[in-house]
Write a protein that binds this ligand. Structure first.
Ligand SMILES: *Cc1c(COP(=O)(O)O)cnc(C)c1O
Length: 379
C-alpha cells in the first residue's frame, strides 16, 4: 500500500524551470529582477499595496516586531500578546527584541480568543500577534476592533494564509498593521524558502527595504549620484541591518505558483469537505471548525482525538503520516513561565492531528485516512 504523507508540494515543473532559466540566462539570480516582479504580482493578487520579498517569514516576523518597536519607542520588557499554539518562529520574534511574550488562550478554532486577549492587556501591552492557524481567520475581526480601541499594533502571522479571503472578497492582510506570509517548501505557495512582509504604513515599507539589506539605503545613490551612472559604492548605511531579502530564484518559483494558488486551495477545500463528510458519523473525531466569515486557504485540516500519540502510531502502521501543529509553546524552556495559563491551548496540544492535505491526494486516499482514524477511535 502506498504511504500517504502530510504535505507534498506540487510544482508546475516545466513552467517553473522556464522562469528560473530566464534568471540563469540573464545572469541575475539575486535581489532585483524577479524579486521586483514577484512583489508586484503579490500586490496584484492580494490587493495589499506594500509588499517586500524576504528569505523567510521568520525574518519577516523579526522585522515586524523590530520596526514597530523602533517606531513606537518600545522598551525592553514591554509586552506582546500572542498564542502558545504556533510555530516557535512567531514567539521567538518577540524574545529577539527583548520584549515579553504574554500568552492568551485560543478559542475552539484554535485561534487567539478575543476574551482571553482582553484579560491579558496591561499598561505595557504594545502589540498583538494573530496566527491564522491552518488559514483560518478565527475571530480576527473582533481582534482588529480590540487593537484599534486599545491602540495596539496588530501583527498577522499569515504563514498559512496565502489565499485566505474575507467574506467581502478581500485577501487577508488588509485588516492588520503588518502581515507576514511564508512561501516555505510546504506552505500553500511553496518555493524552497521565502516570505513576504506587507506593512500598512508606506514609511515602514520604505524602512524595511533598508533593514533587509544590511541597512543600506540605495536611495542615497540613486537620488544623488546614480544619475551620473556611476559612484554606486557611495550608498549610505543607515542601520545595523540584516541580510533578509529574497532572491530571484525563489521569486521565479513563486511567480509560477501564484498563478495556481487559488485553484490549488480550492482542491484543499474539497479535501477538507471529504474529511468533514467522513467524520460526520463519528463524534470522537472532532474536526477543527473554520470561520464562516472567510474562504480559508486550508493549509491544514485538523481534528482533535483522545490518546493522540497512540493514534499517530496507529496511522503510521497503516502507512499514513500526519503531523501536529503545534505543541503548546509553553512546553519549551524559554516560554515555560507561562505554563498552565492557557488551558484550551494545553488541551488541544495533546489532542490535535493535522491530517494529510495536498494536491496529489485522491478522494480514495482521503477516505482511507478517515477510515483508519475512525477505526482507531472505535478500538
Ligand atoms: C512556517 C511558519 C512560520 C515561518 O515561516 P518560514 O518561512 O519557514 O520562516 C511562521 N509561523 C507559522 C505559523 C508557520 O507555520
Amino acid at each position: 500500500m502506498d504511504s500517504i504523507q502530510l504535505f507534498v508540494p506540487t510544482f508546475r515543473v516545466d513552467e517553473t524551470l522556464a522562469e528560473i532559466r530566464e534568471c540563469l540566462e540573464k545572469g541575475w539570480t539575486g535581489l532585483g529582477f524577479k524579486t521586483v516582479q514577484f512583489e508586484k504580482a503579490w500586490s496584484e493578487y492580494t490587493g495589499l499595496p506594500h509588499a517586500h520579498f524576504l528569505d523567510s517569514a521568520t525574518s519577516g516576523l523579526n522585522l515586524a516586531v523590530k520596526l514597530f518597536k523602533l517606531q513606537g519607542g518600545w522598551q525592553a520588557g514591554d509586552e506582546v500578546i500572542t498564542t502558545p499554539l504556533t510555530f516557535v518562529s512567531t514567539n521567538h520574534a518577540i524574545l529577539h527584541e527583548g520584549l515579553t511574550p504574554v500568552f492568551a488562550d485560543v478559542d475552539e478554532m484554535l485561534c487567539l480568543d478575543p476574551d482571553s486577549l482582553l484579560s491579558r492587556i496591561t499598561e505595557r501591552t504594545r502589540a498583538v500577534i494573530f496566527v491564522g492557524l491552518g488559514g483560518n481567520i478565527g475571530q480576527l475581526p473582533r481582534i482588529v476592533d480590540i487593537c484599534r480601541e486599545r491602540n495596539l499594533k496588530l501583527i498577522l502571522d499569515a504563514a498559512h494564509m496565502t489565499g485566505t479571503f474575507h467574506k467581502d472578497g478581500r485577501h487577508v492582510g488588509c485588516e492588520s498593521d503588518v502581515s507576514v506570509f511564508s512561501f516555505q517548501a510546504v506552505k500553500n505557495l511553496p518555493t524552497a524558502d521565502s516570505g513576504m512582509i506587507c506593512f500598512r504604513d508606506p514609511e515602514l515599507d520604505r524602512e524595511v527595504r533598508k533593514w533587509t539589506w544590511l541597512g543600506i539605503n540605495k536611495d542615497t545613490y540613486t537620488r544623488t549620484l546614480e544619475k551620473e551612472g556611476t559612484y554606486r559604492w557611495y550608498y549610505d548605511v543607515e542601520h545595523v541591518g540584516y541580510k533578509y531579502h529574497g532572491n530571484s530564484i525563489m521569486a521565479a518559483i513563486g511567480l509560477v505558483a501564484i498563478k495556481y494558488v487559488d485553484e490549488d486551495n480550492a482542491y484543499r477545500r474539497q479535501i477538507a469537505a471529504w474529511y468533514d463528510e467522513a467524520f460526520q458519523v463519528e463524534p470522537r473525531v472532532r474536526p477543527v471548525r473554520m470561520s464562516a466569515d472567510c474562504t480559508p486557504s486550508r493549509h491544514l485540516y485538523q481534528v482533535l482525538i483522545e490518546n493522540r500519540d497512540l493514534g499517530m502510531a496507529y496511522l503510521n502502521e497503516h502507512g499514513i503520516y500526519p503531523g501536529v501543529h503545534y505543541r503548546d509553546n509553553t512546553v519549551y524552556k524559554m516560554y515555560e513561565y507561562a505554563k498552565g495559563t492557557c488551558p484550551n491551548s494545553h488541551s488541544a496540544s495533546d489532542r490535535i492531528i493535522s491530517l494529510p492535505i495536498h494536491l496529489r491526494l485522491t478522494e480514495a486516499d482521503v477516505k482511507r485516512v478517515a477510515a483508519a482514524l475512525i477505526e482507531y477511535v472505535r478500538k
